[in-house]
Design a protein around this ligand. Structure first.
Ligand SMILES: [Zn+2]
Length: 94
């Protein structure tokens, strides 16, 4: 993911991103950022995700795993891919 301030890539698994609480800061430029799931990207990636989960299903079944596991895995990947960073809105009333 790219920081909306400095365009440096920020890892979803970085320490900053896994902090509890709403306020997160970019580890590179220290400006406030917000993590959100883009519905637009969700809609774009939904079809390839469904197709991939259907293609993976026989592989999971052959490996002795539940077929629904591939669907769950693709949903998780889909959510990760749809995550974007944006500049948080500054509240007018403090
Ligand atoms: Zn930054």
């Amino acid at each position: 993911m790219k920081c909306p301030h400095c365009s440096e890539s920020v890892s979803i698994f970085s320490k900053e991103m896994n902090k509890f609480g709403k306020s997160k800061v970019c580890p590179k430029c220290c400006n406030p950022i917000r993590l959100y799931v883009s519905l637009k990207w969700g809609a774009i990636l939904l079809i390839p995700a469904v197709v991939t989960s259907l293609l993976l299903k026989p592989l999971f079944i052959n490996a002795g795993l539940s077929g629904s596991l591939s669907t769950g895995l693709m949903c998780g990947i889909l959510a990760l891919l749809c995550m974007r960073l944006k500049v948080p809105k500054i509240k007018e009333s403090a």
